[in-house]
Design a protein. Structure first.
Lengths: 371, 482
């Protein structure tokens, strides 16, 4: 099923009686979902782009490639740098903005500018009863009524199928520099990243790659970035030798690989994405017995390669939550993709799903049970 | 402004309610005397007043839970209150309600510089959150104009912004977790010190829900290290349109000022007479602030000057020292007070796409003539968040109504321009009945469905946000079920 308009999408959802597997480009698949595939890629096209107002409105099925090309022509970008998970998840196809929004897909710049949800200004969606609704709009500040934009962002289609997304876009930066320190253990790495992020020097990426090197990103106007790189080098002097990477293409590749967790491409274990307080990451790493761990967001985001069919959550010794990103069918059968919520929140979430998806059509079972 | 009629059953059970509350609260936490409850009869939207049945001032999450459970069982409406600085009537009581004030819950629970978070009780004032981390040169970024007085609880309820949110975002972008009490007394924890939510983003929908989904008692907030320095410039233009175009060009050029503020001629004149800040008298004044080291500030301001000069400003004044910087901000910061000196005013809060600024300003000027009411414009131009101030005389019969009618026209104009009714003040009672201009019935149904789930009896602040005719049915259903 591939509706080509919002009205068609609404008709379709009104009429179906069996579960649907909602799919944008199919690049972020979180394992198998039962149901006939409903593709949103027909809801296509940029309907408004005002570079001077930093605003873009696009159909949910618009590809990231198309959006990227339009932005590039105006020297702008999506500042939340949505990850491209095709390599690491072994998927193909073209990522859509609806899929990005529905999964709140946010890259390394989460720590400075915010997540996908922070750049979403408005949505249009069709709920599970086939009713079309909108929320938010296309302006930067909007507190008119409840913020269902946030609720829909990260709901993975379980509360409604997005038909249109309105986004805040940002100008590209003049340059970036990367600072690199090798040979730190996780505890030292998080301490170094905390020192950097707690400085006034506006770090826009802080990760420890699979080789153990801490990398920090500075972006902006040339003179400013160089000044901050110099200052930050002084802040980090106690942690080891700070190497500065100036090659723009090399920096791009480095951050793309972190963003997309490319280091885990073809690895044999299950891949988990774990969100914790940065300072808790080292303790958790000790508790997990993982094959490998990539730290992003200053330690607050852990990409973890675990032995197959091991429930990472059973070993979680600190607050936070873990999403199973990649496993085999059997693994997904045994372990829930999303972290079970505390009972009171699970109850609220289940009621929300029951209200917005009364027939239980939309990606059923993906995010827990319906009330 | 219509409000629901008080429920006579609730009014008749006041003594019983007090007695029950006193089983869980100390004597000084329950305010029942009619003289004393008057202190809670309104918020900063002072045109509307109604003393509550009672006010309660709990000191802990447990006490809040006990209060809400009792009110829930007795079907007593509750209006949560932070510091009462809402400009939209968000804390306006009804005669049958309990005002639940969180002002006594103002402790800092934890500061964690390594993880860049602070956890506070929600009654703590906005500015004192920054104050609590100032010794390490950290701050909490959202800065509503009322930050000296307003509480984090109210900031979360209204998703408050401020002059500096162009760079740092509004409350929702800086809120990581809450402890919240549901209307039935259940205590829930959402989020924490980590950055994203697992499961549905409930935190995202609670922030900005105007105290209708629960009472937030504790909050985990992101804190940031202060920039090395900051410096404002003042740029004067002889046309609003040109000033608007300049704002757009600056934003597009990739400079990210922390603030771009706009004042029109009417406001500039009043402010100049009041504060003597030395502003040029011209059609539009922009105040633009940038941050960083001295060298970074110089570089950014050079670029801003280059862009501004393309638009032939009549003045470009850079602050050379702290004194000049404070004089540049003095006028902007005293704008509301200065306008209040010359007249009563109503402050609107619609947001528009920056590109529509000239058209909307021109149309506001025309409406001002049509209605015969003076308007001054002072606002956050960088994100299109307008603040037209309509001047009226509260002592003159019909003037308030005329002003409200004109305000509604301006807000409709904002929506037509692609914007919204409110950018940072919230809907409250003020814009409640205009919601139909921005949202279709299905859009409002979707929002009200969320309220149904969090507060099925519609007891929490329920006469706000949604058009009264829509929420009446919900309240009537509850009263009928009693």
């Amino acid at each position: 099923m591939k509706p080509t308009s919002e009205a068609e999408l609404a008709d379709l959802i009104s009429s179906v009686k069996a579960p649907l597997c909602i799919r944008g480009g199919g690049t972020r698949l979180l394992g198998p979902i039962e149901g006939e595939v409903l593709e949103t890629s027909g809801l296509q096209g940029i309907s408004l782009y005002e570079p001077g107002a930093l605003t873009m409105v696009a159909g949910a099925g618009t590809t990231l490639d198309e959006i990227g090309a339009a932005l590039k022509a105006e020297n702008q970008r999506l500042a939340f740098e949505p990850p491209d998970l095709r390599d690491v998840l072994g998927t193909t196809g073209a990522s859509t903005i609806g899929g990005v929004a529905a999964s709140n897909a946010s890259g390394p710049r989460r720590i400075s500018v915010g997540a996908c949800r922070d750049f979403m200004l408005g949505v249009r969606f069709v709920d599970g009863a086939g009713i079309v609704a909108k929320n938010g709009g296309r302006v930067m500040k909007n507190v008119t009524g409840y913020d269902l934009v946030k609720l829909m962002s990260g709901a993975f289609g379980t509360l409604g199928v997005l038909s249109e997304v309105s986004l805040k876009v940002m100008p590209k930066v003049e340059i970036q520099l990367c600072l690199r320190i090798e040979g730190l253990n996780a505890k030292q790495a998080v301490a170094a990243m905390s020192a950097a992020l707690g400085s006034p020097f506006e770090v826009s990426g802080a990760a420890q790659d699979l080789d153990g090197a801490v990398v920090l990103r500075l972006e902006g106007f040339d003179a400013s970035v160089r000044y901050r790189a110099d200052k930050l080098t002084q802040v980090l002097a106690g942690f080891g030798t700070v190497e500065i990477l100036d090659d723009q293409a090399q920096c791009d590749t480095l951050w793309r690989d972190i963003r997309d967790a490319r280091g885990f491409t073809g690895s044999t274990g299950d891949l988990w994405r774990v969100s914790v307080k940065p300072g808790d990451a080292p303790e958790l790493i000790d508790a997990l017995g993982a094959h490998a761990v990539l730290l992003d967001w200053g330690g607050g985001l852990m990409w973890v390669d675990m032995p197959k069919r091991t429930d990472l959550r059973a070993r979680m010794s600190v607050p936070g939550h873990a999403t199973l990103m990649r496993s085999d069918d059997k693994g997904f059968e045994q372990v829930a993709r999303f972290h079970p919520q505390a009972a009171p929140l699970a109850k609220i979430s289940a009621r929300l799903r029951a209200r917005f998806d009364p027939k239980g059509l939309l990606n059923p079972g993906l995010m827990g049970d319906v009330a | 402004m219509d409000m629901p009629l008080p429920n006579p059953i609730v009014l008749s059970r006041k003594a019983e309610l007090v007695a029950r509350l006193l089983t869980v609260l100390p004597r000084d936490a329950v305010i029942e005397d009619e003289m004393e409850t008057r202190a809670y009869e309104c918020d900063a939207l002072t045109a509307y007043k109604c003393p509550p049945l009672l006010a309660v001032l709990p000191r802990s999450t447990t006490e809040v839970s006990d209060i809400l459970r009792i009110c829930h069982n007795m079907n007593v409406p509750v209006v949560p209150r932070g510091s009462g600085t809402s400009l939209a009537g968000g804390a306006l009581p009804t005669a049958d309600c309990v005002i639940l004030g969180v002002a006594r819950m103002n402790d800092v629970l934890e500061t964690d510089y390594a993880n860049r978070v602070i956890r506070v009780q929600s009654g703590r004032t906005n500015l004192s959150v920054s104050g609590a981390v100032a010794e390490e040169d950290f701050f909490y970024a959202p800065d509503p104009s009322s930050q000296l007085a307003c509480a984090i609880a109210g900031n979360i309820a209204m998703n408050s912004g401020g002059a500096h949110c162009l760079k740092y975002g509004v409350t929702t972008n800086n809120l990581l977790g809450v402890t919240m009490v549901m209307m039935d007394g259940e205590i829930i924890e959402i989020g924490g010190a980590h950055l994203d939510s697992g499961g549905l983003d409930l935190l995202g929908v609670i922030c900005g829900s105007e105290g209708q989904l629960g009472v937030v008692t504790e909050a985990t907030l992101r804190i940031l290290h202060k920039p090395e320095g900051a410096r404002p410039v003042l740029v004067g233009f002889d046309s609003n349109e040109v000033a608007g175009a300049c704002v757009s060009d600056i934003i597009q050029a990739g400079v990210l000022p922390v603030a771009i503020e706009f004042m029109d001629r009417r406001v500039t004149e009043v402010v100049e007479n009041y504060a003597h800040a030395g502003y040029p008298l011209c059609e539009a004044v922009l105040i633009i602030e940038v941050e960083g080291s001295e060298a970074e500030i110089d570089a950014q301001l050079a670029l801003i000057r280059e862009i501004a000069e393309r638009h032939n400003p009549i003045e470009f004044r850079e602050a050379k020292d702290a004194d000049e910087a404070s004089r540049i901000w003095l006028g902007r910061k005293s704008a509301f007070g200065a306008m209040g000196q010359i007249n009563d005013y109503m402050c609107l809060d619609g947001t528009i796409p920056v590109s529509s600024l000239p058209m909307v300003l021109r149309r506001i000027g025309e409406l001002s003539k049509e209605y015969g009411l003076d308007v001054g414009n002072v606002f956050h131009a960088g994100d299109g968040n307008m603040h037209p101030l309509i001047l009226f005389d509260a002592n003159k019969d019909g003037d308030l109504e005329l002003c409200e009618a004109m305000g509604a026209e301006i807000l409709k104009l904002c929506v037509e321009a692609g914007g919204c009714l409110t950018g940072e003040h919230g809907v409250g009672i003020e814009k409640r009945d205009l919601m139909g201009y921005q949202y279709e019935p299905a859009d409002l149904d979707a929002q009200m469905a969320v309220k149904d789930i969090f507060d099925p009896k519609w007891l929490l602040n329920s006469a706000k946000v949604f058009p009264l005719n829509l929420s009446d049915a919900k309240r009537s259903a509850r009263i009928a079920a009693e």
